[in-house]
Design a protein around this ligand. Structure first.
Ligand SMILES: *Cc1c(COP(=O)(O)O)cnc(C)c1O
Length: 450
């Protein structure tokens, strides 16, 4: 068997890795993974790593899960892929039926893309095109939240607001309106999440009041802005936003690509605000981290807005080669089976409480500004000065030190800047959560020592 070093050398000759300054790998080891089992990733030197970030938030039930493996293998022998225009197949039909059943009421149409970013493009185009089909060509703008993230393709990037990913490409992007984020990190001392998120809504209300005639849709990440360093807000904001979108005749796009499938504690984050968006984007956890797939759900009114004679050109003529791939749909069906059969959402409650309990002491750390949690996502924000919440200069890359300490201690804790977080697969045990907290504490001590 080759060693980590052998593979790293070969890799660095031919690969260009995502979201990476490749020069970092002159000093940072690249870790080739030989196999995965449950929460563990094993490298070629016999070391293992607990996948505390679910391999970028996709994995729900561990690596090489036998139940998902079996379903994909069975599908593989029947049909690997088929064009979804003019043709269909059982897995995509069953998946659509089940998604319609489990998502908020009224969402009864599924359109498929093959990754999150392209699903966002679908929702944006559908929203705009719907208004156009209504004879309204004025609605050409989208409203986004400060600190939001919706993917990396150009339109998805345009409706996001994380400078690190967006700023360089600004000249290429369509212009959008940005409302301040309801994220509660900057709330006043003594102010509740609810009060703060409500207060932040005033700016959104004002923006919609002034510009609604040119606005096609508001796009939000419900409850957690994951790529925006796991910032969180209160469901009241979504409730208010739904009411306002109705009042101003604007669509609401809920990007649950990261938070869907139990991350916020409920199956979908929108449930906590008791709202039904006009478009619901699901990806990442949809296949439990197995295969790329994205579903965009919408309701009858939107669907009927496109339903007409061919030559009116009102149809939604958008496609991706791997739309509704049968193997990906099979993985998604196995995922939904596990949710049902194992009562996952209820059983996660114990893990949610455990994560809160083991990280409670972090709040008193002199360089921790906040420990925040929404369901199965828990984030610890390191700062230079606790009282004023003065951040560490980003160039210091403090989080990287926590990451490196983790790798030496069986934990893959890939941070977001100075924010260390746990977003584990739901098969994690209480003992493993204790281990993560121990490694995170030591890592934060090292990272904040000088
Ligand atoms: C990951 C993510 C996306 C983009 O999905 P990709 O499959 O990486 O293109 C969009 N929105 C949110 C909220 C995400 O976390």
């Amino acid at each position: 068997m080759p060693s980590n070093k052998d593979l790293m050398q070969r890799d660095l000759q031919v690969l260009w890795h995502p979201c990476t300054q490749m020069k970092d790998h002159e000093t940072l080891p690249l870790i080739p993974v030989q196999r995965g089992e449950g929460i563990w990733l094993y490298d070629f030197d016999g070391k293992r790593y607990m996948d505390a970030v679910s391999s970028w938030w996709v994995n729900l039930f561990g690596h090489a899960n036998p139940r998902i493996n079996d379903r994909i293998k069975a599908q593989l022998d029947k049909l690997e892929h088929v064009i979804l225009a003019g043709f269909s197949h059982e897995p995509v039909i069953e998946l659509s039926e089940r998604l319609v059943q489990i998502t908020p009421p009224g969402l009864n149409r599924c359109f498929y893309a093959d990754n999150g970013s392209s699903g966002i493009e679908v929702a944006l185009k559908m929203s705009f095109h719907y208004w156009l089909n209504q004879g309204n060509d004025k609605k050409t703008k989208f409203v986004t939240l400060g600190n939001s993230y919706h993917g990396e393709t150009l339109a998805a990037l345009a409706v996001g607001d994380v400078d690190l990913y967006k700023k360089t490409y600004e000249p290429l992007l369509m212009t959008t309106y940005t409302a301040p984020s309801p994220d509660c990190y900057h709330r006043e001392a003594g102010e509740s999440w609810e009060d703060y998120s409500l207060r932040q809504f005033a700016a959104m209300e004002k923006l919609l009041a002034e510009k609604h005639e040119e606005i096609s849709a508001v796009i939000v990440e419900p409850l957690i802005q994951c790529a925006g360093t796991m910032r969180m807000y209160h469901p009241i904001y979504l409730t208010k936003l739904r009411e306002a979108c109705d009042r101003y005749n604007v669509h609401l796009i809920a990007d649950e690509i990261a938070v869907g499938f139990g991350r916020t504690g409920t199956l979908f984050a929108c449930e906590q605000a008791d709202i039904v968006p006009d478009f619901l984007c699901l990806s990442k956890g949809l296949t439990a981290g197995y295969l790329p797939l994205c579903a965009v759900l919408t309701h009858d009114r939107i669907y009927q807005g496109f339903y007409d004679e061919y030559d009116t050109l009102r149809g939604f003529l958008h496609s991706h080669s791997y739309t509704g791939n049968p193997l990906a749909c099979a993985a998604a069906l196995a995922t939904l089976d596990i949710f049902e059969q194992d009562d996952v959402i209820n059983r996660n409650q114990k893990l949610i409480q455990k994560m809160a309990a083991v990280t409670a002491p972090f709040a008193d750390h002199p360089h921790v500004a906040e420990v925040r949690q929404t369901g199965m996502v828990l984030a610890i924000e390191m700062v230079k000065d606790k009282a004023s919440k003065t951040p560490y200069p980003w160039q210091e890359r403090r989080g990287l030190k926590v990451y490196q300490h983790g790798l030496d201690n069986e934990a893959m804790l890939r941070p977001l800047g100075s924010v260390v977080y746990f977003m584990p697969p739901y098969i994690i045990t209480e003992e493993q959560i204790e281990h993560l907290a121990k490694v995170a504490w030591e890592g934060i001590e090292i990272a904040t020592a000088d």
